[in-house]
Design a binder for this molecule. Structure first.
Ligand code: SF4
Length: 395
């Protein structure tokens, strides 16, 4: 038999009653002057431009959104998954630009050298320069085989021309206080159908086919469409063709239809280059992993490098659901960072991580006894990543 118990009205009690903000916030140390997270982080929040990836963080955890995007905190040091993605993007982006494989690999080497310089320059970097170099060279080896094998396997249809790569578009929408920011990996023009497509590269630890099922309602799919339309309106979109043996850059009409998005999602191999293994041997081993014939690892196979997924837009540009998501994100980007608004997630699975999934980078802050301890934790474990675009500072 179940019974509903009526709790007595909780009386104010320092240990188990109703907790006041001051009690929660300081746990006996210091005196808060207002209920804004600024006082714990140590600086004022910023108002970021809204990018596609920010929707995911907002959905996962308001605290994470706030720490990463309103206070620009980034965990110090090195992350193999992140650095492999950056290097892979540099290589595949160059291949899309039309350069040869060796030049594209040089672009990857340059990206690796920049990461080494940036991470080594972080105060209190916990890896020695030699250790960091070794790890980044491993990431380069991984990214370069992924890029080369993908390039070998999939070519754009003949009638497609690359319009631009790494296109950054900043936009304002009526009714939103927050500007939008999108960086599109590639814009492609179908010369036969006279249509524009957006392409996105994803190097992931996850099953790449999963991206295909969520493509229609992914905020990224929707935002890239807006960005492509804005880019056309700017008049900068041109397509390069050859006419009578001469190269011609023709501007694309502003009313060119933006019809869809191509997801190029690839799984990172779970194997790594062995010591003393030549680049050719490593490429051959990675190839066997993607073909599903690797002698020891069964984690790969053709599903790890599926064909690019072509998603054709079917809904209006500003679909109702997208408008709701934009308004939610606008409020999170532009409102004051009040303590009661930006709370920790209710889904603590996201904090702990799991097999093949690292714990959240902000767990040391969230698991602190009190946010009053942040003043000691932040300088030790995080850097302020001010490279991100900032609209304006708010109180
Ligand atoms: S540790 Fe958990 S609560 Fe804290 S920011 Fe990360 S996901 Fe959010």
């Amino acid at each position: 038999m179940s019974e509903t118990i009526a709790l007595p009205v909780l009386g104010y009690n320092k240990t188990n009653g109703v907790q006041t903000f001051e009690e929660w916030a300081v746990s006996g140390t210091g005196t808060p002057s207002n209920d804004n997270w600024n006082m714990f982080v140590g600086w004022e929040s910023v108002r970021p431009r809204l990018s596609p990836s920010m929707f995911g963080t907002l959905q996962d955890c308001l605290m994470k959104f706030m720490l990463r995007h309103r206070y620009q905190l980034k965990q110090k040091g090195y992350s193999s998954a992140r650095e492999t993605g950056t290097i892979g993007h540099a290589i595949i982006g160059s291949l899309h630009d039309g350069v040869g494989v060796s030049e594209a690999l040089n672009a990857g080497r340059k990206a690796t050298a920049k990461l080494l310089k940036d991470i080594a320059a972080e105060p209190d970097c916990r890896k020695s320069k030699e250790e960091l170099e070794k790890s980044l060279l491993g990431d380069f080896a991984l990214a370069s085989v992924v890029a080369q094998l993908f390039w070998e396997k999939y070519k754009l249809p003949e009638n497609f021309k690359t319009v631009a790569t790494e296109v950054e578009v900043n936009m304002d929408l009526p009714g939103l206080a927050t500007s939008l920011k999108c960086i599109m990996d590639r814009l492609m023009y179908d010369t036969q159908e006279k249509e524009l497509w957006v392409a996105d590269i994803k190097i992931t630890g996850d099953d790449p086919v999963k991206f295909h099922s969520t493509a229609p309602f992914d905020p990224q799919t929707r935002m890239y469409r807006l960005a492509a339309l804005a880019y056309l309106q700017s008049g900068k979109a041109t397509v390069t063709t050859t006419l009578n043996g001469e190269t011609v850059h023709a501007p694309l009409p502003k009313d060119t239809p933006v019809v869809g998005m191509v997801y190029e999602a690839i799984q990172r191999p779970t194997i790594r280059q062995k010591q003393k293994q030549s680049s050719e041997e490593w490429l051959a081993e990675a190839k066997s992993w993607y073909e599903g014939t690797h002698p020891t690892s069964t984690a790969g196979g053709p599903a790890a490098m599926p064909e690019p997924y072509w998603h054709r837009y079917e809904e209006p540009v500003l679909a109702y659901e997208f408008q709701v998501h934009l308004r939610e994100a606008d409020a999170a980007c532009s409102g004051a960072t009040r303590v009661h608004k930006f709370t920790r997630t209710k889904n603590t699975f996201l904090c702990r991580g799991g097999p093949g999934r690292a714990p959240c980078e902000f767990l040391p802050l969230c698991s602190a006894r009190s946010p009053a301890e942040w003043a000691h934790i932040i300088p030790r474990l995080y850097v302020r990543d001010t490279a991100k675009s900032i609209e304006l500072e708010i109180n």
